[in-house]
Design a binder for this molecule. Structure first.
Ligand code: AMP
Length: 139
């Protein structure tokens, strides 16, 4: 069963497509967080960011880079929050990689992504060093 976003790519269900090229598509989110909320996806179906091949990742970023100013200008936004919910535990509902471009306004009161976390972990220097080494070794 293909994802709802693949159905949009295939033209099986309607969407307000605002940009399309060989490998990526951008369209308005059907349930926008703010006016102009746009999703950018690879046309091929990949569930998570690490499933996306390098060349498609490059294309995906190029489309995000192109669409951020287009969206901001269209709705006269002061800023944008640009984010991926990467995996179910992070709130990803559609298992097809998608980047949210959400226009932001000085008075929208939505806060930064930091506002999602009420509490922060207390990590000492040794723990931070160990984490940095571990991540570096996998990069
Ligand atoms: P996420 O929670 O990151 O998986 O976000 C999925 C997003 O897809 C939500 O913001 C939905 O409003 C949006 N969405 C779901 N179905 C459609 C659709 N048919 N057309 C456009 N956007 C959709």
């Amino acid at each position: 069963m293909s994802t709802i976003f693949t159905q949009i790519v295939e033209g099986e269900i309607p969407a307000r497509i605002v940009y399309e090229d060989e490998t990526t598509v951008a369209f308005l989110d059907a349930n926008p967080l703010s006016p102009g909320h746009t999703l950018v996806i690879p046309k091929d179906e990949y569930e998570r960011l690490d499933d996306v091949p390098d060349d498609v990742a490059t294309d995906l970023y190029a489309t995000i880079h192109r669409m951020v100013p287009a969206v901001e200008d269209a709705v006269d936004a002061d800023a944008t929050t640009v984010a991926f919910n990467n995996g179910e535990a992070a709130g990803q509902e559609v298992p097809h990689v998608h980047c949210h471009i959400v226009p932001r306004f000085e008075d929208d009161d939505a806060g930064p992504i930091h506002a999602m976390f009420g509490q922060r972990p207390e990590l000492d220097d040794d723990e931070l060093d160990e984490l940095a080494d571990d991540i570096e070794s996998r990069a």
